[in-house]
Design a protein around this ligand. Sequence first.
Ligand code: UDP
Length: 351
Amino acid sequence: MKLVSVVGTRPNFIKEVLINRRLKALGVHEVLVHTGQHYDQAMSTDFFDQLEIPTPDYLFKVPTDSAAKQTAVILIKVEDILLKEKPDVTLVYGDVTSTLAGALASARLRIPVAHVEAGIRTEARHNPEEINRRLTDHLSSLLMTNTEDATAALLKEGFSPSDVVQTGDVMQDILMQTIDRMKLQIRRGDYHLATVHRAENVDDPVRLKEIVEGFINSGERILFPVHPRTKKRLVEFGLMERLKKSGNVKILPPLGYKEFVPLLAEADKVLTDSGGVRREAYILGKPVIVLIEITWFPAIADCGWKKIAGANRAAIVDAIRNFVPPAEHPSLFGDGLAHEHIVDAIISRFS
Ligand code: UDP
């Protein structure tokens, strides 16, 4: 059996690691395509090196100034590869431009698509990730979900139960393996960890300023590894200097996974607009303060571990100082073997 995996961004690389190893262990030929959506040392190369992901079989250079151009170039290049490689199935992850473009190229060639992290839904229909996820799901023959909510959303939308497999969350698998391998302690330390990179927040000067002021006005110690896109906007909107002079917020470069996970493990609370980081924070028992009004993974909010502060400085300060989740912390993201369930589902369907 032959499979083409399309990855393009930091969270895609993290999701690929254990699936890649499992495919190899079972003798499945995986052709790895890196679209170059994230391309620099900190957002790409460091992840391949640290996580020992094999060198991609194909690596593109794609435009970065427009999502439409990026989608178009990835679509054309992935089509060429699929015509040459003729795989049994194309595997795509998550909800980025590379996910949608890879799925579209494949479906148009009648090569079936398997989607990891299918079914995650919100009402925010304008959100770029929401668009990518909904369209990719409709192009996919095998939809692999990480939570009950995602499975229920797909069934409600009319997807056939035989095409939907609830595998659990591969991000939880790699997170817990990394914690074990690095022998990290999970404890509530004396700082909070923040990440911000959603377009809705960083491209809007008012929202970004509210978030920055919320961090600073809390007066509490916050470590803030800054995504390249966010850095550009902080500088452009004159907020970088304000953060640097704040005294309580420490700006860091984007971190490698093996630097980020230890900070997560010892954080007190986590402030984020990331889809992945909010799950990781919950899994490690950190109160999650969400900096966007998009409720991916409502189960975290339902059990009281997530506070939506949005981009409102007063709500952010209040959540940092006062948010206390309940003692109960149910397991929401599977049994730690999602990577095995994903590969099993692919093999039983397409080999
Ligand atoms: N991450 C990292 N270094 C950082 C920030 C995040 O390794 O400085 C990891 C984090 O542990 C998680 C993933 O990147 O596994 C989340 O990616 P991101 O927030 O960029 O994307 P999203 O999950 O929102 O799609």
